[in-house]
Design a binder for this molecule. Structure first.
Ligand code: SF4
Length: 120
């Protein structure tokens, strides 16, 4: 349950989903625009919380570095995956459980392999 102090919203026991450890004892202080302080998060978690905002700073998708619509990007990605000999579905951090489930399903459909960034 968030509380307020000196104009800040304070959330106790927040969960960090950045690296996969899923630390759930993080305290966050937000000023209405962004998170300004984290307590108990490691340096990766601090950077993740403090550098994400609700601002829409980037295009929805890129194709060869150029802004594109999601539909265009899906078409291009499907073509890459269809032509690949051993497609790799990789990443999966910072996405929802539902998206992870769909990613596993996609890997099965295309006969690919799946890995997360935690293998780094
Ligand atoms: S990035 Fe740090 S705070 Fe976040 S889940 Fe991983 S270890 Fe925990």
């Amino acid at each position: 349950m968030p509380s307020a102090s000196a104009g800040l919203t304070i959330v106790k026991n927040a969960t960090c989903t950045f690296c996969g450890c899923v630390c759930d004892d993080i305290e966050l202080h937000a000023d209405g625009e962004k998170i300004v302080e984290t307590k108990a998060a490691c340096s990766l978690g601090q950077a993740w919380f403090k550098n994400h905002t609700a601002a829409h700073d980037y295009p929805d998708a890129l194709i060869d570095g150029q802004p594109a619509t999601v539909d265009e990007a899906i078409e291009v990605a499907a073509d890459y995956l269809h032509r690949a000999d051993m497609p790799l579905v990789y990443g999966l951090s910072n996405i929802t459980c539902e998206a992870q489930r769909e990613s596993v399903h996609l890997a099965e459909l295309i006969g690919g392999v799946i890995d997360s960034h935690t293998s780094l």
